[in-house]
Design a protein around this ligand. Structure first.
Ligand SMILES: [Zn+2]
Ligand SMILES: [Zn+2]
Length: 556
């Protein structure tokens, strides 16, 4: 083994086998005394299978244990899947955070929008900057993506150099920000790269992604030829796209109106950080109604069909300030994230049924992904020539495709791992040497709960068959003093023959009580259990579904 048993290790604690919730850690030292850095701390979004849960966060119990040895958290960029958990989880770590100016400004804007969110001290690193965290020498590499200031990290240690790509694509004309820094990546290849840990999102897509500039041209044409009002919806954080829309609007003398709080927040941050320099001021939604239809472009939140966002409300003609009419045009400069397709279709159908023209990326180049397709992945491997490649940021299929591509491109070692796997990168042959605690937390209202807690499973049951409550009072001799009283939520009124379920439940409870031997009736727990079984079974027979049933036995 290497220098005094020391090793360079990597572990994903989120973001592997799923898209979202990115958290990677790198460690250096011997197994008992490692120093760590963390890269990104993101969220994933809850779907229909998690009722009441909007956000999923990585379980950071391992980092909490190792807090004293954690030197810092480096954020690659300001997408929610990379920095969305910082405000919730930073108080458990209290480590220094490193980010570029736009990411830092967006984190601060987010903090101001969340009452009670902690003040997180952020050290601002310039684009392409280099800094040290203990034995880790970290250099940023600018990469093109779908938000300003996306960075790859070159992490140099005495045992070797790792490239953590972050989210990237190759785009020679990205509209804002520098293109992917090919020269720096090529020189890393010459210097020698031990391992590449990288984005697999689009590994199943052939070819190369079109440029942001091509999208800008299409948008300009569609805005120029629009007969009346135009709305464009996109991710608010896609400042390059916002800029393209603003330039297209200016070219045909239309004003840009921002609709939706997220749009306003990002526009503010983008102004402060210089990404909207030279762009005419945006107007706020309250002036929309006063502008002539052919003089306005609305930039709206809601590209994912979010029910409370601007575009959903416009589609239902329920927005207080902005309304669209037949003949107006709405452009989806976005693509539905898997899981959001139905919600997006609902909005598209709402608009279409009101005579509004809807344009999507199915028939026009109004959107490109910010992630590399296969051709770009091959270029990156050619530039950096890593000895080992570890796919991350993908579902199992994406990672498998990325792995196969890397093998075919001649990468000597390809390691597909799971959240929690501890990978030794050096010295010696890279491989998985251990498993660290990893998992998920749910943000439930203002609380963080463990994913294994019963809460959400109970909610699913409630959603499936509702709940029945039965209450009764017994004397200390076990005689029925009052009740049983039945209440139901989420249960139909009556069975197929018309008998009310209230009556079925009441009779089942009475019958169960009366069939109990007198001595047993003095035991409230036994009574509760007998009635619960009887009520569930009676409803099960009549309905073929069994609701949750609670029986409350009071004794006097
Ligand atoms: Zn991402
Ligand atoms: Zn991203």
């Amino acid at each position: 083994m290497g220098v005094g048993g020391e090793g360079l290790v990597f572990a994903p604690l989120g973001g592997v086998g799923e898209i979202g919730m990115n958290l990677a850690i790198y460690g250096l030292g011997d197994a008992r005394r490692r120093q760590w850095i963390a890269v990104d701390l993101g969220v994933a979004f809850g779907g229909d299978d998690l009722p009441g849960i909007d956000l999923i966060l990585p379980d950071i119990q391992f980092l909490v244990q190792e807090r004293r040895n954690l030197l810092g958290l480096v954020l690659t960029h300001a997408h929610e899947d990379h920095f969305g958990a910082v405000l919730d989880l930073w108080p458990r770590l209290k480590v220094p955070v490193y980010a570029t100016p736009f990411t830092a400004a967006l984190l601060e804007a987010k903090r101001q929008g969340e009452p009670g969110a902690p003040e997180v001290p952020v050290t601002i690193v310039p684009l392409g900057g280099r800094f040290s965290l203990g034995p880790f020498d970290i250099e940023l590499v600018s990469v093109a993506h779908s938000i300003p200031e996306s960075n790859g990290l070159i992490i140099r240690t005495k045992l070797g150099t790792v490239l953590h790509t972050g989210d990237w694509k190759i785009d020679p004309t990205p509209v804002i920000g520098p293109p992917t820094d090919e020269a720096k990546l090529r020189s890393l290849g010459n210097e020698g790269c031990l391992a590449l840990v990288g984005d697999s999102t689009n590994a199943v897509r052939e070819g190369r992604s079109p440029s942001e500039l091509d999208v800008a041209k299409t948008l300009a044409e569609l805005i120029r030829t629009a007969p009346a009002r135009v709305a464009v919806t996109t991710f608010a954080s896609h400042v390059g796209r916002l800029r393209s829309v603003a330039e297209a609007a200016a070219a045909c003398d239309r004003d840009v109106v921002l609709v939706g709080r997220a749009m306003e927040r990002i526009a503010q941050v983008a102004r402060e950080t210089g990404y909207l320099d030279g762009i005419r001021d945006f107007r706020s939604a309250d002036v929309f109604g006063y502008l002539p239809p052919e003089r306005v472009v609305a930039l709206c939140t809601g590209s994912q069909g979010e029910a409370r966002a601007a575009l959903s409300r416009i589609a239902e003609d329920d927005h207080p300030e902005v309304s669209f009419s037949p003949g107006d045009r709405v452009i989806f400069s976005s693509r539905a994230i898997p899981g959001n397709e139905k919600a997006v279709m609902r909005v598209i159908n709402g608009l279409t049924s009101r005579g509004i023209e809807v344009i999507t990326d199915r028939n026009h180049l109004v959107h490109v992904s910010g992630h590399p397709r296969r051709g770009e992945l091959q270029d990156m491997i050619g530039w950096v020539r890593p000895r080992t490649l570890i796919p991350v940021h993908g579902e199992p299929l994406h990672m498998a495709e990325r792995a196969a591509l890397a093998r075919r491109a001649g990468v000597g070692k390809v390691l597909v791992c799971r959240d929690g796997d501890l990978v030794q990168l050096a010295p010696g042959e890279p491989g998985i040497i251990d498993t660290l605690p990893a998992g998920r937390l749910y943000k439930d209202g203002s609380l963080l709960i463990g994913a294994q807690a019963r809460t959400v499973a109970d909610r699913r049951k409630l959603g499936f068959a509702g709940i029945v409550s039965v209450a009764l009072t017994l004397s200390d001799k076990g005689a029925l003093v009052s009740g049983p009283r039945v209440d139901m939520t989420g249960v139909p009124d009556a069975d197929a023959g018309g008998t009310p379920f209230m009556q079925i439940a009441y009779e089942a409870a009475m019958e169960a009580f009366e069939s109990m031997p007198r001595a047993r009736r003095r035991d409230p727990d036994a009574v509760a259990e007998a009635l619960r079984r009887a009520v569930r079974s009676a409803l099960g027979t009549a309905w073929r579904k069994k609701p949750i049933c609670h029986v409350h036995v009071l004794t006097i």
